[in-house]
Write a new protein. Structure first.
Length: 109
């Protein structure tokens, strides 16, 4: 296996951020659920810096298009943008998704 094939690159994958964890001073670890790849853990480097353009996009349970690369269990987030055409969750649907995610996370651990 060559080095280039071990670093899989995914572009503009529809996904939702399930949970975020602070990592070091300027980065975050994201648990995301994508349409084609299921649950994926992403390393978002530098998103907590004041000048970060994707910091405001990484909201929980909002439809996003994410791009990432890397091999192994932890991938590196490359880009994130809002997914057009889908409404943002709010109110009771957002609460239901949040509680469902918590129940699944408790079951998986």
């Amino acid at each position: 296996m060559t080095r280039s094939s071990s670093k899989l690159r995914i572009n503009l994958q529809p996904a939702f951020v399930l949970h975020q964890y602070a990592y070091r001073e300027t980065s975050r670890l994201l648990d995301v659920f994508s349409r084609d790849h299921g649950r994926v853990t992403l390393y978002a480097r530098g998103v907590q810096r004041p000048g970060s353009q994707i910091r405001s996009v990484l909201l929980g349970f909002q439809p996003l298009l994410l791009s990432w690369f890397g091999g192994g269990d932890l991938k590196t987030l490359h880009a994130a943008q809002w997914q057009p055409g889908l409404p943002q969750l709010s109110g009771l649907p957002l609460l239901c998704v949040f509680l469902y995610e918590r129940a699944v996370a408790a079951f998986m651990s």
